[in-house]
Design a binder for this molecule. Structure first.
Ligand code: NAD
Length: 470
C-alpha cells in the first residue's frame, strides 16, 4: 500500500490504512524502548536528509526566511527529538505509588501505555513543527500514527509526505494529503487518540467526529493573545521582543501577541521604539523585506487587508501580487475595530491604551480565554495579579513566544483556545494512557469484606476506611 495517497482516497481505503496500523500495533512491535528510540533516531536522520526540501517548501508556501524556519520549525523539532531520546527511559518507567495498609501485602504503580492508532491533523502556519511535534509524542509513547498535513501549505504538505514515506512503513506511520473532503472521510474512522491543531471552529467539527467513537482528543486551537505593556520596563528590549514575536511568520502564529495594551503614560514613547525596530528589522514598508513572511493565501490576504483601517502609525502597505502586508501598527483602537473582532493571524498590531490594570484584567476576562498572554513589567504585584486573576493557555513575562520552545513546559490552551497539551514530557503523557496497576498477594485476605454482612463487619470496614486507607 502507498504511504502517501496522491488522490483522494475512499473511506474504504482509509479503513484499510487504519486497520493495517491497528494490526501492526497489536503485534506489540511499537512498544519496546529500543524500537521507539530507533524511530526517533530515524526521524532525526530524516530531518538532516530532507532539510533542504523542507526549507524550500517553507519558503515557497510562506516565504519563511531560513533562520526563522530553522529556529521555529526544523531546529526546534530536532532539539526536541534529542530531549525525547535523553528522557524516554525515565518517562517509560512505571511510577510506583504507595499502597495503603488495607491492601497490604501489595504494590501499586501507574504504567504509561500507548493508546494505539493515533491521528494528527496539522495546520499550515508551522507545518513542520505542528505536525512533527505531536508525532514525537506519539512515537515516544509507542503508538502508530496517521498524519494529515494542511492542504493550504501544499509544498510543505508534499515535502512532509515525502519525508514520512521515505522514513517509515505505512503500517507504522503514514501521511495522508488532502483537504476538507479527505479529512472528513478520515475522521469517520475510529482512532484511539486524536490531536488536532487549527482554528477553534474546525476544532469543534473534529471534536464532534471524535465523540462518535469516544476517541480522546487534544485540541490545539487559537484566539486573541494580548500583550500588556507596563511603565516599569526596559523599553528597547520590550519593543524588540514584541516586534520579533508579532511579525514572525508575518504574524501567522497561534501564540503571536495579537493586540497590545499599553499604559497610557508611556504609550507614545513605547510605540516610537516599536516603530524604530520595525524599521530596523524590516526596512521600508514599500519594499517587501525578505526577512518577513508572506500571507499564506489570497483568502487570508483579503481578510487581513480589511483590518488596515483607522489610525495607522506604521505600515498599512500591501501588495496583492506577492500577498505582502507590511508590519503595521494601528493606534487608538477600540473594541469595534475590525482587528478586534477575530484572531488577526497577520502582521497587524492594534494598540489600546489603559490607565488602570483593573481595566486590562476586566477586558481580558470579558473575552474568550487566550492561548497565550504576555506582560512586560518589573512589578511583581502586576505579574501576580495577571497570573491569579486571568485564565489563559500560558503566560510569558518580559518575552514573547519563547515559552513554546521550553521543553519542560506543557503547551496548550484552555477554554476556546484548546483542550489538553503536549511538548516534551507532556507529549509523551498525552499519547499515553496512564494505566493504574495494583498487584496483591494471596495473603492478607480481609474476611470482613465478604457477605453475609454483619454490623461487626461494617464496624471493622468503617474503622479500616478511617485508619488503613491512608
Ligand atoms: P484550520 O482549522 O483551517 O485547519 C487545520 C487543519 O484542519 C488542516 O489540516 C485542514 O485541512 C483541516 N480542516 C479544515 N477544515 C476542515 C473541516 N471542515 N473538517 C475537517 N478538517 C478540516 O487551521 P489553519 O487555518 O490551518 O490554522 C490557523 C489556526 O490554527 C489559527 O486559529 C491558529 O491559532 C491555530 N493554531 C493553533 C496552534 C496551537 O498549537 N494551539 C498552532 C498553530 C495554529
Amino acid at each position: 500500500m502507498e504511504a502517501v495517497l496522491e488522490k483522494p482516497a475512499t473511506g474504504t481505503a482509509y479503513s484499510a490504512i487504519v486497520q493495517k496500523q491497528r494490526d501492526y500495533f497489536w503485534t506489540h512491535a511499537t512498544k519496546p524502548a529500543a524500537f521507539r528510540k530507533k524511530q526517533l533516531n530515524k526521524l532525526k536522520a530524516a530531518f538532516a536528509k530532507h532539510e533542504s526540501s523542507l526549507l524550500a517548501a517553507l519558503k515557497a508556501d510562506l516565504n519563511k526566511p531560513a533562520q526563522e524556519a530553522f529556529t521555529t520549525e526544523i531546529g526546534i523539532t530536532v532539539a526536541e527529538i534529542e530531549h525525547y531520546l535523553r528522557h524516554l527511559d525515565d518517562w517509560m518507567e512505571p511510577e510506583r505509588v504507595s499502597t495503603p495498609l488495607f491492601f497490604q501485602p501489595g504494590t501499586s504503580m501507574i504504567m504509561p501505555e500507548p493508546y494505539g492508532v493515533t491521528l494528527i491533523i496539522a495546520p499550515w502556519n508551522y507545518p513542520v513543527k505542528n505536525l512533527f511535534g505531536p508525532l514525537l509524542g506519539a512515537i515516544a509513547a509507542g503508538n502508530t500514527a496517521v498524519v494529515k498535513p494542511s492542504e493550504i501549505s501544499p509544498n510543505c504538505s508534499k515535502a512532509i509526505a515525502d519525508l514520512i514515506k521515505d522514513t517509515f512503513d505505512p503500517e507504522y506511520i503514514v501521511s495522508i494529503e488532502g483537504g476538507v473532503p479527505e479529512t472528513t472521510e478520515l475522521l469517520k474512522e475510529r482512532f484511539d487518540y486524536l490531536l488536532f491543531t487549527g482554528g477553534t471552529e474546525i476544532g469543534r467539527i473534529v471534536y464532534q467526529a471524535a465523540a462518535k467513537h469516544l476517541t480522546p482528543v487534544t485540541l490545539e486551537l487559537g484566539g486573541k493573545s494580548p500583550c500588556i505593556v507596563d511603565t516599569n520596563i526596559n523599553m528597547d528590549v520590550a519593543a524588540k521582543r514584541l516586534v520579533w514575536g508579532k511579525f514572525q511568520n508575518a504574524g501567522q502564529t497561534c501564540i503571536a501577541p495579537d493586540y497590545i495594551y499599553v499604559n497610557n503614560k508611556i504609550k507614545d514613547k513605547f510605540l516610537g521604539r516599536v516603530k524604530h525596530y520595525i524599521g530596523e528589522f524590516f526596512g521600508d514598508a514599500d519594499k517587501p523585506s525578505d526577512d518577513l513572511g508572506r500571507i499564506i493565501s489570497d483568502r487570508h490576504f483579503q481578510r487581513v487587508s480589511k483590518m488596515l483601517t483607522g489610525d495607522i502609525l506604521v505600515g498599512g502597505v500591501t501588495d496583492a501580487s506577492q500577498r505582502y502586508i507590511a508590519p503595521t501598527i494601528i493606534d487608538n483602537v477600540t473594541n469595534d475595530h475590525p482587528a478586534m473582532q477575530e484572531e488577526i493571524f497577520g502582521p497587524v498590531m492594534p494598540v489600546l491604551g489603559y490607565d488602570s490594570f483593573d481595566e486590562v484584567i476586566n477586558h481580558i476576562n470579558a473575552g474568550e480565554r487566550p492561548l497565550a498572554m504576555y506582560l512586560f513589567s518589573n512589578d511583581s504585584k502586576l505579574k501576580k495579579r495577571l497570573m491569579n486573576e486571568t485564565s489563559s493557555g500560558a503566560i510569558c513575562v518580559n518575552e514573547t513566544m519563547v515559552h513554546a520552545g521550553q521543553p519542560n513546559l506543557p503547551f496548550g490552551g484552555v477554554g476556546n483556545s484548546g483542550i489538553g497539551a503536549y511538548n516534551g514530557k507532556l507529549g509523551f503523557d498525552t499519547f499515553s494512557h496512564q494505566k493504574p496497576v495494583m498487584v496483591r498477594s494471596f495473603l492478607g485476605d480481609v474476611a470482613q469484606k465478604y457477605p453475609p454482612y454483619t454490623s461487626g463487619k461494617l464496624s471493622f470496614i468503617k474503622m479500616a476506611s478511617k485508619f488503613l486507607l491512608r
